[in-house]
Write a new protein. Structure first.
Length: 163
């Protein structure tokens, strides 16, 4: 995942038009052998194909890209916070603080909730993890179609209300 994250950061830094050139320069700067350089460029092509599929299936917006895989880590953190709250290991105030922070980070890094969901699907797609894709993909598509859900709200405006 670290290599995917680095590739995505390079794309964010230079834009999609210069992305492959930036990866080639990165490989040169790091002195990567030819095979590893080609692997890095192949990874970029795999990311492009995965995002195209996500767009085709309506999970990622037509003009959107996955800027980072950080959402994968934040989702795990949110899960741990929820478990901590249920088990009584965290006070509601601490749990809410952690969850609010995860929401702030998502709003800062991602242009939409669609991109957050796509970021969580991308690793399984790049690894051809068919079992993971099999159960996550339909859930993601259903979440995207739900007009009442959080994903229908613009990410910059989506803030959880009092409980």
């Amino acid at each position: 995942m670290a290599l995917v994250e680095e590739a995505l950061r390079q794309r964010t830094r230079v834009g999609p038009e210069l992305w492959h050139h930036a990866l080639d320069e990165l490989a040169t700067a790091r002195g990567l052998p030819y095979g590893e350089r080609e692997g890095l460029l192949a990874l970029a092509a795999d990311i492009d194909r995965a995002e195209d599929r996500l767009r085709q299936d309506g999970i990622l917006g037509l003009d959107q890209r996955v800027p980072s895989l950080l959402a994968c880590h934040w989702a795990e953190g949110v899960h741990l916070v929820r478990c901590g709250l249920r088990a009584g290991w965290l006070t509601p105030a601490h749990g809410t603080e952690y969850l609010d922070r995860a929401g702030e980070l998502a709003r800062k890094w991602y242009g939409s909730w669609f991109a957050v969901v796509a970021a969580q699907l991308l690793p399984a797609m790049l690894n051809d993890d068919t079992e993971e894709i099999h159960w996550r993909y339909p859930v993601a598509q259903q979440l995207q179609r739900d007009p009442r859900g959080l994903l229908a709200m613009p990410i910059r405006e989506a803030r959880p209300g009092p409980k």
